[in-house]
Design a protein around this ligand. Structure first.
Ligand code: ZN
Length: 334
């Protein structure tokens, strides 16, 4: 969606960490730094009001709540996959501590009957249906466009194609684990555009999903690289109330971030999130209206040539799907 590709750069996040160092090394530095300056940093969140840049579909700028060092320390303290990735980035094929001791057979058994909803961002037909997708829908706290076209690489590979391909690969991996998987749409096969963002949320809610992941790629300036996972902020308004999902959604997001970094070798975004690969937002209808644990993942920047080369590679997309799947499975205790 356009709004999820409009996150402006946050200077403090790119200056605090060397982009040339491996992610797990940077992560360790963050944890150490956080410990050194605790407890002040640990006490809270850093709220950053940012200008919305080219976010033409936003009536107000998105509030990005950055976890920064506090989140890095909290992640390691709560034994999230980020901690295991930092300590054994190249060694452990199993995602989180919950999964590391369990044999594969019992892990698969534990996943039986659980439901995962995968939301492929946008729809390849959206650009032919601009009137329909520009219709405003209620996201509880605000009103926004039904859906957006998404971005493309400079050579024309659409984000909507990317998100659908990764989502289908993800479905295959998860179904092989015994999970029930629901996609919010099949890219024009059954519907020419959309679904609208409120319906995308509703599909996860009505499926009583144990985890929901919306798959995207970003469209920001060249040189901005890496992935980030978007977590729901605490919001309340109209039919939006995320109080019950922010905790589990963060656990889900941390596991996905750690595993995605491991399987793809990609680094967390160098342009937001303070090097954590995690960003909290209160302006996404798909998160605000969810009653189930849910995150978005922006797998890379389609407008950066190096990221675009990865995003355009089927082999890389398989690694991306595997990382997301490992994060979901770890979150579900499989
Ligand atoms: Zn998108």
């Amino acid at each position: 969606m356009r709004y999820d590709e409009s996150s402006p750069p946050l200077p403090e996040s790119s200056t605090s960490i060397s982009p040339d160092r491996p992610w797990y090394a940077r992560r360790s530095t963050l944890v150490v730094a956080a410990a050194a300056i605790a407890p002040a940093v640990l006490a809270g969140w850093v709220l950053t009001e940012v200008l919305s840049g080219g976010a033409r579909d936003d009536s107000r700028p998105p509030r990005i709540v950055m976890p920064l060092a506090a989140s890095a320390a909290a992640s390691s303290a709560s034994a999230a996959p980020s901690a295991s990735a930092a300590s054994s980035a190249s060694a452990a094929p199993t995602p989180g501590p919950g999964a590391s001791a369990a044999p594969a057979a019992s892990a698969a058994k534990g996943l039986a009957g659980r439901t995962v909803v995968i939301d492929p961002g946008h729809n390849t037909g959206n650009f032919k249906h601009t009137t329909e997708i520009n219709r405003q829908v209620d996201i509880g706290t605000n009103r926004k466009e039904c859906d957006t076209t998404g971005t493309t690489t400079n050579s024309g590979y659409m984000e909507a194609e990317f998100s659908m391909d990764v989502s289908r690969r993800l479905r295959t991996v998860l179904e092989a684990k015994g999970l029930k998987v629901v996609l919010t749409h099949e890219a024009g096969k059954e519907r020419p555009f959309g679904p609208c963002i409120d319906e995308r949320a509703r599909i996860g809610n009505e499926a009583a999903a144990d985890a929901v992941v919306s798959v995207h790629a970003d469209g920001v300036s060249a040189g901005s690289r890496g992935f980030h996972v978007i977590l729901p902020a605490k919001v309340k308004g109209g039919s939006a109330d995320t109080a019950k999902i922010i905790g589990p959604s963060r656990q889900l997001g941390e596991r996905i971030a750690g595993n995605f970094a491991r399987t793809t070798g990609s680094a967390p975004a160098n342009y937001l999130g303070g090097g954590t690969g995690l960003v909290v937002r209160d302006d996404l209808g798909g998160l605000n209206l969810s009653t189930r644990p849910k995150v978005f993942i922006e797998c890379g920047n389609m407008r950066d040539a190096k990221d675009a080369a990865q995003l355009s590679s089927p082999q890389w997309r398989q690694k991306a799907a595997q990382g997301i799947a490992d994060g979901i499975v770890g979150f579900l205790g499989g």
